[in-house]
Design a protein around this ligand. Structure first.
Ligand SMILES: Nc1ncnc2c1ncn2[C@@H]1O[C@H](COP(=O)(O)OP(=O)(O)OP(=O)(O)O)[C@@H](O)[C@H]1O
Ligand SMILES: [Mg+2]
Length: 295
């Protein structure tokens, strides 16, 4: 369990302290304390309705907490508007429908990189003229496996490529803290591997908080995990501790009927456990719990 001792907070790039979010009588977030350390590979898991998205909305400023405090790089940002948090280095992946459908990956990234370099509205001139924009775009396109589709309109891209573009855009904003909200949700099995590898290869100095129901991704990615249940932190630990925690197993078994909690994301065929050769022992433990959930 991570308490906000002064040592924890000193090491943290992003800190939530005693966060409460009430919707009428419901506390969707109930006294949540979480520290994201520099270079973190931290996963936030929990059953449906646990409050994961609410917490991300609080961290990014979409919602104002009823109580509590959020600190980014040592500064209190609790009252800061969402776009100012982005400027200070906290970026979340964009929802798919926020991509510009008629623009190509190259155009979208050129726009983002140009804004990042302070070139603003002159991006279309800058694209041809500014070597820094061109170089950075080429780098991002290669890193996110988008080079060969860079000139296709976004709306004809395979779903996995679109999700890669979302993360590329987020990274083009030069984040210190990256919040990934279910990056493989809805991605067909055949396109998942590329996404998993790309997420694994994110720059080491970017601190990442990942929300994900896909336990293959969670356990191959995370060095630290926080389990949220009913708006409350049930426990925090390394993957081995979480996978072996009877309370965590109990929570997932208890939510089996309505959840897609520890199995693959919505609409995806479930890979058999034997196919999960690359998963850690922890992944197999939790995945086997999930398999029971999903029949
Ligand atoms: N704007 C809102 N008004 C009222 N209740 C809300 C609102 N947003 C979320 N809730 C409630 O807060 C609780 C947490 O929801 P949240 O979406 O954060 O869960 P989650 O962990 O992201 O779930 P999932 O895994 O299904 O995405 C739920 O009971 C939900 O109904
Ligand atoms: Mg959610």
């Amino acid at each position: 369990m991570s308490l906000n001792t002064s040592e924890n907070m000193r090491e943290a790039v992003l800190s939530a302290e005693g966060l409460v979010m009430r919707f009428g009588g419901i506390a969707a977030t109930n006294n949540v304390t979480l520290n994201l350390k520099k270079g973190a590979r931290h996963a936030l898991i929990g059953p449906n309705g646990a409050g994961k998205t609410t917490l991300i909305n609080l961290l990014t400023g979409v919602l104002q907490p009823t109580e509590g405090r959020i600190t980014l790089l040592g500064e209190d940002i609790t009252q800061l508007a969402p776009h100012r948090r982005v400027k200070r280095g906290m970026v979340r992946t964009f929802q798919i429908n926020q991509l510009f459908d008629s623009l190509t990956p190259l155009q979208t990234l050129a726009l983002t990189v140009s804004q990042q370099l302070g070139l603003g509205a002159t991006w279309w001139q800058a694209l041809g003229n500014n070597a820094r924009v061109v170089d950075r775009c080429a780098e991002l396109l290669a890193q996110f496996h988008l080079t060969e589709v860079m000139n296709q309109p976004t709306n004809v891209l395979a779903y996995g490529k679109r999700r890669l573009l979302e993360i590329a855009i987020a990274l083009a904003c030069e984040p210190r803290v990256l919040l990934l909200d279910e990056p493989v949700a809805g991605v067909p099995a055949g396109e998942r591997e590329e996404l998993l590898k790309t997420v694994a290869a994110l720059p080491a100095d970017v601190s990442v908080l990942l929300i994900e129901h896909d336990m293959d991704l969670v356990f191959s990615f995370a060095k630290r995990m926080t389990v949220l249940v009913n708006g409350t932190v049930l426990t925090e630990g390394d993957p081995e501790q979480i996978a072996n925690d009877p309370r965590v197993k109990a929570v997932y078994l208890g939510h089996g009927e309505e959840g897609h909690d520890v199995g693959p994301s919505d609409g995806m065929p479930a890979p058999s456990l034997d196919e999960r050769g690359s998963a850690s022992p922890g992944a197999r433990v939790v995945a086997s719990v999930g398999a029971k959930n999903h029949g």
